[in-house]
Structures are given as C-alpha cells and as structure tokens.
Design a protein around this ligand. Structure first.
Ligand SMILES: *Cc1c(COP(=O)(O)O)cnc(C)c1O
Length: 430
C-alpha cells in the first residue's frame, strides 16, 4: 500500500505516474477570473472534448455539400451513422453491439422500454425502485402506472435507506423483492445514485428480480462511463442512459438504450416508427412494420446526426483511454480524495466538519461501493460554502438542503485538482 501524503509535490508525483494524465489536454475547461477552473461538475455536464467541433463540422460540411444525398454519400454515411457508435458503446457497458441503440434521451428511452417490459397483469403489476430516485424516473414510473389505470401508491414500492442514513442497504432491496415476489412485475433501479454516488450490485439485483419472475431494468445515467458494467453477462433485461454526464457528448445530447440479446426473437410489444424498421425496406415504406433484430428495432425517428457526431467524438477518447484504465484511476482518485477530506477535517474548526455520505472505499459495509463521485454534507451555510468555492475557481454542484457533489472524472481530473480542492476547503473553513 502506498502511503498517501497531503502535499502538492505528492499530488504532482501521482499525476506524473498516471497513464491518463494527458487526457485532460483533450478537453476545454471553463475559466473563472481568467484562471482555468477546477471542474468537479462532470456528473451534471461533462466537459467538451476538443474533437467535438471537428466531428460536428464534418457533418455540417457534408450537409452543405451533399444535401439529401448525404444519407448515402456523406463521409460518414448518415443512413448507417449509428453503426459508428455501437461497438465503442458496447465496450463501455459490457454489451454485444446488437444490444445497443443510440437514440432519444434518457427519460424517453425509459418510457419506450417500459412499454415493452412493464406489462402489468392482475397478478403481477408491482414495481420496486429506489426511494428518492431522480425526479424524472419517478414521473416516468408514475405516469406509466396511471396509464394502465393503476394507483402508484399501491403499485410502486420504494426501498428507503435505513433511518438516519443516505445510502440504501442491498439487504433491504432483496427483502423487498422477496416480500412482493408474487405481484412483482419489474425492478427498476439506478446503477449509481445521482445524489449519494452509491453504486449498486446490478448483477445480484437482476438475479433476484429474475428469480421472483420479474424483469430488471436500470437507469445508468451516472453509471455509464463511470463504473464497470457487464450488462450482457449479468443478463440485465434493459437499461437506459444519457450522454451529457460522463460521456461528455454535450447538453441534452442523444442517449442510449440496451435490450438483452435474449429478446431478439421475442417480438416484444413496442411503440414503433420507421427507423426501427428493417433497413433493407425502410425507404420502400411498406405497410407492415418489420422490426430490426436487436435494440435498433426500438428506434422510432430518423437519427439526430449532429448530436451523434458529438457522441462519436467522445467515444474515440474512451476507446483510446480504455474503460479498465478509467475505472482504475477513478478508484485511486477516490481513495486520495477520501484521505484529503480527512486532512481537511483535521485542519478545520470542528463546527465545520464535512461528512462524506458516499460509501467510502475503506468501509463499504454491505454497500457495493461507488463510482467517482463524492457527496459531502456541509454544516450550516453549505450554500455559502458552494458559492465561496465558485469564487475560488471551483465548480462543484449544490444540492439542497446540505449536500455538495464532487465528481472526480478520470479523463480530466487530476490528483493535483484534489489537493487544490482540499487546500481551498481548509482556507474557507478554518
Ligand atoms: C441526468 C439524469 C436523467 C436525465 O434524463 P433526460 O431524460 O436525458 O433529461 C435521468 N435520470 C437520472 C437518474 C439522471 O441522473
């Protein structure tokens, strides 16, 4: 075990030995008071890669030069542009390419897959999900339940953290599945909770849901590009994600969905559109819908090429860095940050003590760990601390009433960033 040290020299030395250290040069950083910001808000919006503009410009030029001919004759052939994204996305989520589709945005994809995977019957109609899930997921589930004339209060079972805690115990998830197994239709869970940064054991949750006779679906908004995912091997039924957070594809950029290969020949009920139709005859526009085999068959509309160009630009960085290296650095940065927070707490007034609510690498209890995020609880005046951090060039994320979120993104955050954050916190809270 390497001895951790709270010093600039030590942080710089760790950066010098970091395989991914140069990747920060591939991104644009915001500036505050003419100084490059310390950016810890990658869980809200990932930074812009330098190559994004080139990829988008290529498509703008081809649109100008080819017009409609660009569908088949542009450099990246718009008709099959999607094929440029699925292999690299599969590497990030542990899928085979035909299980992946890049389309729409997260909540839209969640609705579309609920149409296929939430088909309540008199006997099986309940959904198990996290309490305090991201608002959009809650709205999506409630509206789906109402769509079937059911009462969300009796249908949606929320699993809460133990009293006084922020993170959910896996035992409580499994107990809920067991308790409701005869009426359970679906377990819909997050890969990483947006607020606490807690990561979940997707494999075991999926196994338990299946044993109870239910489907298992996942919202991977904060998990994709962040933690190890093996969706195919874990036999996850479906999953959805967005690309504006760790995938660095820009604000409101195109999202994605996963449907397991085991459904390739099941002809599941879905809401259909022409882009999900057999590519051979799509432009002949026959009367009967003939879905493409695999996840692509859930596409409805023609692809947003400009948005997909931004997604493509980002994927090339992931491919070059490699998911294993990203995950390894994430763990190292996280350990260092936990150590730095301990140092901060030693050096500041006890009345200001910061408490990390994200599961710690040193003490995972029955928790499964976390991704690269650290959420910490502030004492009184947390909002002011967030604003003071901003004045000192630190972009973090404030969550009412008392939590600040810090994302340590391996592609563009360094050990030095973490050291500087610690130093600024000490200065502000001494
Ligand atoms: C960011 C986020 C979303 C975003 O959904 P969109 O429909 O793409 O805007 C959904 N769910 C979770 C958990 C998120 O963190």
């Amino acid at each position: 075990m390497q001895e951790l040290v709270f010093s600039l020299d030590y942080a710089k030395q760790r950066d010098a030995h970091d395989l991914l250290n140069n990747f920060q040069n591939k991104f644009y950083f915001p500036y505050i008071h003419e100084r490059k910001a310390l950016y810890f808000s990658g869980a809200s919006l990932g930074l812009q890669p330098h190559n994004t503009q080139d990829e988008i410009l290529t498509e703008l030029e081809d649109w100008a030069n080819y017009g409609a001919e660009g569908y088949f004759h542009s450099r990246n052939t718009w008709f099959t542009y999607h094929d440029l994204l699925v292999n690299e996305t599969s590497n990030i989520i542990g899928a085979i390419p035909s299980e992946v589709v890049i389309m729409n945005q997260l909540t839209v994809n969640l609705h579309l897959l609920l149409v296929s995977f939430y088909r309540p019957s008199k006997q099986r109609y309940k959904i198990i999900c996290e309490a305090q899930a991201f608002s959009s997921d809650q709205y999506a589930l409630e509206s789906q339940v109402r769509f079937y004339g059911l009462d969300p209060k009796e249908t949606i079972i929320e699993v809460l953290p133990p009293p006084g805690e922020y993170c959910i115990a896996h035992q409580d998830i499994y107990a809920a599945i067991e308790k409701h197994k005869d009426e359970l239709a679906l377990v819909l869970w997050g890969g990483v909770n947006f607020f606490t940064g807690q990561a979940f054991d997707i494999k075991t949750i999926t196994d338990k849901a299946h044993r109870a006779g239910a489907f298992a679906g996942f919202d991977l908004a904060h998990a994709v590009g962040n933690i190890d995912l093996q969706l195919h091997d874990w036999r996850v039924d479906f999953a959805v994600w967005c690309s504006n957070k760790y995938l660095n594809a820009g604000p409101g950029s195109v999202g994605g969905a996963f449907v397991h290969q085991k459904y390739d020949h099941e002809n599941l009920i879905r809401f259909a559109g022409w882009w999900g139709h057999n590519k051979e005859t799509r432009f002949q526009m026959p009367k009967n819908f003939d879905p493409i085999e695999g996840a692509e068959g859930w596409q409805i509309s023609n692809m947003p090429i400009l948005s997909m160009a931004a997604y493509k630009a980002s994927l090339s960085i992931f491919e070059e860095a490699g998911m294993e290296n990203i995950i390894k650095k994430s763990k190292d940065l996280k350990k260092f940050a936990e150590f730095v927070f301990d140092e901060v707490n030693k050096q500041i007034d006890v009345s200001n003590k910061l408490e990390i609510i994200t599961p710690l690498s040193s003490n995972p209890k029955d928790f499964f760990g976390s991704g690269n995020q650290i959420s910490f609880k502030t004492k009184a005046n947390g909002k002011k601390l967030y604003e003071d951090l901003l004045k000192h060039g630190v972009i973090s994320d404030w969550r009412e009433p008392e939590v600040i979120r810090i994302a340590l993104v391996p592609l563009y955050n360094s050990f030095e960033d973490v050291f500087e954050l610690g130093s600024i916190l000490i200065k502000l809270l001494k």
